[in-house]
Design a binder for this molecule. Structure first.
Ligand code: BG6
Length: 283
């Protein structure tokens, strides 16, 4: 049906959860298991317009993450989040969850930016857990490299009442004030702008939220990087689509393959990045 800004959205409601997914970007905008506060953060001040990335939910960054390595004119985080995808399959699962898959629609414009024969699919399972899989198939005869992220915005009660666990001891590139390499000591606490790419990450990430008395668990497969981002006051104001104090209620924990962890996809091979998101009560 028609969603905000005239974007076409799929609305899914089942016995376990509800979710709204825009066809532009195959962008999961909301996911709310019944009886829970929203798990994803979606800006109320976002642009919601054709060709503009939605601020919140799960933007799909593909086939590169951040600025393009060779051509600064190409869009940051790739083009997948701003082009149209089509629904390819919907299916009810035995446990009551809903499976829906999307394929990126290739056009002359996408081929001009990404000349490698390939297909991109996003498979989403909406249930008590949200499972998102981004599958890249190399349909050509030469290998190519991709960067990617499920750039997930999480809804939190207040950034001051939140900690991120699971990245202790990992090396990260700190992108605030020039790029430097650092090692994470203890859980992540956010008290100013944070923009970090954690490399070679293996463990589940936990967003512990004392205000909502819950923790969000992010389990992954074939994701070697984790990006943690909160723009804080000035950057959020400059971006113009966070709204007043918007940065306080969100944190991005992105399941990614970026920087040193970009992925080579061989001819005929399919690479699948997966994120499984669930919510647990805090004792
Ligand atoms: C994060 C990047 O993944 O996305 C940040 O690490 C960036 O540097 C942020 O600012 C938001 O990007 P965009 O393109 O959605 O404004």
């Amino acid at each position: 049906k028609e969603g905000p800004g005239g974007l076409t959205v799929a609305e899914i409601t089942n016995s376990l959860a509800e979710s709204t997914i825009a066809l532009q970007g195959a962008h999961v905008m909301t996911w709310q298991p019944h009886g829970q506060a929203p798990v994803l953060w979606l800006s109320r001040f976002g642009k919601f317009a054709p060709g503009k990335s939605i601020r919140g939910g799960v933007p799909v960054c593909w086939p590169w993450f951040g600025p393009h390595a060779e051509d600064a004119k190409l869009p940051g985080h790739g083009f997948a989040r701003t082009v149209m995808w089509e629904v390819q399959e919907t299916r009810a699962q035995p446990d009551g969850a809903t499976f829906i898959s999307f394929g990126l629609i290739e056009t002359d414009a996408t081929r001009a930016q990404w000349p490698h024969p390939s297909s991109a699919k996003l498979r989403v399972t909406v249930g008590a857990e949200l499972k998102v899989e981004l599958a890249t198939r190399n349909t050509g005869s030469a290998p190519f490299q991709i960067g990617e992220a499920l750039h997930t915005y999480f809804h939190i009660s207040d950034v001051a009442d939140m900690k991120i666990k699971g990245l202790e001891g990992c090396t990260y590139l700190d992108k605030v004030g020039g790029t430097t390499s650092k090692t994470q000591q203890g859980p992540i606490v956010i008290e100013s702008e944070v923009d970090r790419v954690y490399l070679n990450t293996e463990s589940d990430c936990l967003i512990e939220d004392l205000g909502l008395k819950r923790q969000i668990r992010i389990a992954t497969r074939s994701s070697r990087s984790t990006v943690v981002w909160n723009p804080w006051i000035e950057k959020a104001e400059k971006m113009g689509d966070f709204g007043p104090e918007g940065y306080r209620g969100m944190v991005c924990v992105e399941s990614a393959n970026a920087v040193d962890n970009v992925v080579t996809v061989l001819p005929g091979a399919e690479h699948i990045l997966q994120a499984m998101i669930s919510v647990e009560a805090l004792a």
